[in-house]
Design a protein around this ligand. Structure first.
Ligand code: CO
Length: 665
């Protein structure tokens, strides 16, 4: 590091008043968004961010990421929290540090492109609620999807950070599509759009240290906006990539506080601070401030979330990411989906199919939502295809992608797959080439009308417009129209601690506590028991009265209790079923008895809507209902022609694999 001034270390101290570096690395903290999203399935609650908020505000972060990505979805769906309220609440504690959010461009905080009117309303509300920096990305790196949100960011005088999603098709940077030129050209496009900073968004932790060096150096030489590196730890390379990026002149680095770091999250801040101390890129942070924050996180917060940590593996590095170039979150989704379908043994087939599906679909980057789109379609192909037919069950989202609704893919989509996907596609069989949102009808007024009895302000309406099914459910909880279920309520520290204590006891084999023996009663009778050559004296004292004599019919000899039943040979390992919520529908049971052909759920999921009613005539192949599985919508077709005899669930219900969803007679 010849270009780094070394300070005499004997004079160095940790204090913030140490000599400032010539070009300090700026740091964005991700603990409160990407950190818990990566490690704890985004389950972090606002109440658990407050204890460290004021301390974090003092560190000197360039920004703190508090919102976006999956938070909006998870908060209202699983935590019974209003996502808008989080920004307002945290703003009361963070007085100096700007807030950053991850914005999926025209996908906002959802999984598809929304109409311009919804996008504009969302941006108005995000800006007015206090968001400062909009880290904006499009899963296809198609910046036409920025055209509605960026003018809004500018209108409010906020910071527009444009992202280039980092992806590749081979183990290192290069190849025909995602090479150095690709990233340089994308950065130029972003600069032209008025980006205040440019982020290399490495969501899967794929960027290798020397590639990070090459890209950052090239971007610093080509464009003016500051360069920001976001790289997940997943593969284990990110701390090295950070350092090489710093040597190449990167301006801003993303890290997490150490309790929220590593695994599929990000490199920790503390080692970076110590690495740079005394150099011309010294962050200027006081490591003791960070230690104090960590102590609060470890003692008051982490016990509530430890049960969500995937502790099934010893290694904190996911070697599969290096092998398959797929984001960690996507891999865990695939594994969960296969497990729920009792098909975990198909994981190798999924790994093999994945690059094929990705190539068929235009060699697109794998990031939300494209990672889910490619991932779920891959699982569908592996589970439902046969030697005669490929792409037997195409999700609604793949159809949209083939139509052009997500934007332009890096290379053209396989024309055969595209043709099959667009057969009878409601918008038309000919794909579009314009900016996707141009073909979307306005959506806001319709959503406002639908939710007018429940929503009280635009925040509620936008929430509903983006998440109609779960959003409506949440608004019912919010306004006391429905009791929220127990599983969405917070856990107290005491509850979490009791559970951890119980686990500790169980691990130590102390879970069974020997009860104290009561006094011997006057009805005590003594028996001599002979087992082979052994002899025991056993006292039997019937509690609450004298002995009751009954006569045993001679019959089958009692089974020897002590002999353990032989384990069934080669029993399939019972999948740790992630407690698929049983449908809370009393009328569900008799369905199977109704005469006719049952339509079973091919996978666990949530009913989005039924397209048919009881009594409707259906032809074989007609869509009867839409089932959302792993956030992808699957149109389930009638297996035969007839009349709908029964419909056993309704919109918003969770169903298990095999549940009878409808009966056709
Ligand atoms: Co991330």
């Amino acid at each position: 590091m010849s270009d780094h001034t070394q300070v005499n270390m004997t004079e160095m101290n940790y204090d913030k008043d140490r000599p400032a570096a010539a070009n300090p690395v700026k740091v964005m903290d991700l603990t409160l968004r990407d950190g818990h999203q990566s490690l704890f399935a985004t389950r972090g609650r606002t109440e658990d961010m407050i204890p460290v908020a004021e301390m974090m505000d003092e560190v000197g972060f360039w920004a703190t990421e508090t919102w976006g990505g999956a938070t909006f979805d998870t908060m209202h769906r699983f935590l019974n929290e209003d996502p808008w309220e989080r920004i307002r609440t945290l703003k009361r504690y963070f007085k100096k540090t700007p807030f950053s959010m991850l914005l999926r461009a025209q996908n906002l905080v959802g999984y598809r492109n929304y109409a311009d009117d919804v996008a504009e309303a969302f941006m108005d509300r995000a800006c007015e609620n206090g968001m400062d920096i909009f880290r904006t990305f499009d899963a296809l790196n198609d910046y036409r999807n920025f055209q509605t949100v960026v003018p809004k960011i500018k209108e409010y005088g906020k910071h527009f950070q444009g992202c280039i999603c980092y992806t590749m098709t081979e183990p290192r940077l290069g190849g025909e599509v995602y090479n150095l030129d690709y990233y340089v050209n994308k950065a130029k496009d972003l600069e032209e759009m008025g980006a205040d900073s440019i982020c290399i968004k490495d969501m899967a932790g794929l960027i290798a240290p020397y590639d990070a060096y090459a890209i950052v150096k090239a971007l610093k030489e080509t464009v003016k906006p500051p360069i920001h590196l976001h790289s997940h730890f997943t593969s284990g390379m990110s701390p090295m990539s950070h350092l090489k990026a710093i040597e190449a002149g990167v301006d801003i680095i993303d890290t997490c506080m150490s309790p929220y770091a590593y695994r599929t999250s990000h490199a920790a801040l503390e080692p970076l601070v110590m690495t740079l101390i005394g150099t011309n890129r010294d962050t200027g942070f006081d490591i003791r401030d960070l230690a104090a924050i960590n102590e609060v996180l470890e003692k008051e917060v982490m016990p509530k979330y430890r049960h969500l940590l995937d502790d099934t593996k010893t290694s904190i590095i996911d070697i599969n990411v290096l092998l398959h170039q797929t984001p960690g979150g996507m891999l865990s989704n695939l594994v969960n989906q296969l497990r729920e379908m009792d098909a975990l043994d198909k994981i190798d087939a999924v790994y093999k199919e994945l690059p094929k599906v990705r190539k068929d679909l235009g060699q697109i980057p794998l990031v939300t939502p494209t990672s889910q789109i490619v991932g779920i379609q891959t699982v569908n192909n592996v589970l439902f295809d046969d030697e005669n037919e490929r792409y037997k069950m195409i999700t609604g989202q793949v159809k949209d992608l083939c139509y052009g609704l997500y934007g332009k893919t890096a290379v053209p989509i396989n024309s055969e797959v595209q043709k099959k996907a667009l057969k009878d596609y409601p918008r038309g069989e000919e794909p579009i080439t314009c900016r996707p949102a141009e073909v979307l009808e306005p959506e806001l007024a319709k959503a406002q009308e639908e939710i007018k009895d429940l929503a009280v302000d635009l925040d509620d309406e936008v929430l509903y417009a983006i998440y109609p099914v779960t959003g409506k459910k949440f608004l019912k909880w919010k306004y006391g129209k429905e009791e929220p279920p127990k599983e969405v309520m917070p856990r107290s520290l005491a509850e979490a601690q009791a559970e951890l204590d119980l686990i500790k006891k169980a691990k130590a084999g102390q879970l069974y506590e020997k009860p104290e023996a009561p006094e011997k009663g006057e009805n005590l009778r003594t028996f001599n028991v002979y087992v082979d050559k052994d002899y025991f004296e056993v006292g039997v004292d019937e509690v609450g009265g004298g002995p009751v004599i009954s006569y045993v019919q001679p019959g089958a000899a009692p089974a020897p209790a002590a002999a353990p039943a032989p384990a069934p040979a080669a029993a399939p390992a019972a999948p740790a079923a992630p407690a698929a919520p049983a449908p809370a529908k009393e009328e569900a049971a008799p369905a199977a008895a109704a005469d006719g052909t049952a339509m079973n759920a091919p996978m666990p999921g949530m009913i989005v809507s039924y397209e048919k009613n009881v009594g409707d005539a259906v032809a074989e192949g007609d869509t009867v209902l839409i089932l959302e599985a792993m956030k992808m919508e699957n149109a389930l077709a009638a297996p035969c022609s007839g009349t709908i005899k029964a419909i056993n669930f309704s919109s918003g219900d969770s169903v298990a694999k095999g549940d009878v969803l409808a009966v056709i007679g």
